[in-house]
Design a protein around this ligand. Structure first.
Ligand SMILES: [Mn+2]
Length: 404
């Protein structure tokens, strides 16, 4: 049996807007959270003497990280190396610099040739030795178009045709390596990218970028015992067995969109024909949204305070959203609210002010035009040029005709 730790999507440098500077360490406190999150799989690997550690890409926020991010990542890779744990680093889209030289943020680890560290930056098949026997690894890192685009015959294809032809190439390459696998040894496929049936998390803020999207069927290959992916930050299992296919998910929350997603890494026990996995939470920093509608409230301050006291937790990143009538805004004691929430890790207050006597920006545009949408639109477009107006009205007519 081979014991494996699989973690992914570290993104050092992300989410720091909710962190302040720790003057003693000189580091952003959210960065310290991200470091602590990375320590979880690393320490788990060392403490449990696992046979193999796998990272499936997106090390930093982008491919030209500040030295401090590189240093803290390198320390943990060194720890794995000192403990003689073979380590796989697979290149993600955030690790790649879109230049013709094809360099990436993990290059340094292959260049330094660190004992027991293997970097995968293209599709290939390698045997990785572990103390409990070899594992066959097929790699599918983030694939860039630049090499393909350099070839003349692809230059005139549309983006969709280029994607299609790249997917086809990936399929061919994978097929070739699947045929080469030794059926007696455990085999895994490690990827960074999107799989069509996967559910995206809340990564918009990271602008996870456009990557190729593969059909799940590419990986439903019985020759494989495990398919471990990175890129999508929400941990999810796409197929339970033959083979087990999953996203490890990211290690820390970046934003409120991930408030309800747990974060962690995968512990895997692998044998030929069998993969047993467990999701281990990193206990990421809590994000809590407190929402309160005060527009019908008689005791604004008390109602708001009660809602906060009910939901708050020390050490969490709190977003307080309250809705209030314009004339009541003076009744909220913001300083008191801040002092109640002073044990938060970070605090964001968003108030939505409801104005009663709403005057229309365009005087003629009122409810009397409700049955004449085109006329209403024409009035709404008063500050557009005649040509733009004509164009937009034509489009509106087309849309309306579709409704008939
Ligand atoms: Mn990615």
């Amino acid at each position: 049996m081979i014991k494996i730790v699989h973690f992914s999507d570290l993104h050092f440098g992300s989410g720091e807007r909710y962190g302040s500077l720790n003057p003693e360490a000189g580091l952003n406190r959210r960065f310290e959270d991200f470091i602590a999150a990375l320590d979880k799989p690393i320490n788990f690997a060392v403490d449990n003497k696992v046979d193999l550690a796998i990272f499936t890409g997106d090390t930093y926020k982008h491919a030209t990280p500040e030295p401090v991010y590189q240093r803290e990542f390198a320390k943990r890779i060194k720890k794995l190396s000192l403990n003689k744990i073979p380590t796989i680093l697979l290149v993600g889209n955030h690790d790649v610099l879109y230049r013709i030289d094809g360099s990436d943020a993990l290059d340094i680890y292959s260049t330094l040739d660190i004992e027991s560290v293997t970097v995968f930056n293209r599709i290939e098949l390698k045997n990785i030795k572990t103390k409990n026997g070899p594992v066959q690894v097929i790699s599918l890192p983030h694939i860039t178009k630049s090499r393909l685009l350099a070839k003349k015959e692809y230059r005139n294809l549309s983006i969709r045709e280029q994607d299609k032809s790249m997917i086809e190439k990936v399929k061919e390459a994978l097929k070739g390596y699947l045929e080469k696998l030794d059926p007696l040894l455990p085999a895994i496929l490690l990827g960074h990218g999107a799989i069509e049936t996967a559910q995206f998390g809340a990564e918009q803020d990271l602008s996870i970028g456009k990557v190729l999207s593969y059909p799940l069927s590419f990986f439903q290959m019985p020759q494989l015992d495990y398919v471990g992916f990175g890129h999508i930050h929400r941990h999810q299992v796409l197929q339970e067995k033959n083979p087990l296919i999953l996203y490890a998910g990211s290690l820390e929350r970046v934003d409120f969109g991930e408030e309800k997603e747990d974060k962690g890494f995968i512990y895997l026990e692998l044998q030929k024909g069998k993969a047993k996995h467990e999701f281990v939470s990193t206990n990421p920093r809590k994000f809590i949204t407190v929402s309160c509608d005060l527009t019908c409230s008689q005791n604004l301050q008390t109602d708001l305070e009660n809602e906060i006291k009910d939901k708050k937790q020390a050490g969490a990143i709190i977003r307080l959203k309250y809705k209030i009538n314009e004339e009541d805004t003076g009744h909220i004691d913001q300083e008191k609210i801040k002092s109640i929430l002073s044990d938060s890790f970070a605090l964001v207050i968003q108030s939505e002010i409801v104005r009663k006597d709403r005057t229309y920006r365009i005087a003629e545009l009122d409810t009397s035009l409700i049955s004449q949408p085109l006329l209403a639109l024409e009035k709404y477009l008063f500050d557009y040029t005649e040509k733009e107006k004509e164009n937009l009205l034509k489009k509106a007519k087309d849309l309306i005709s579709l409704l008939d």
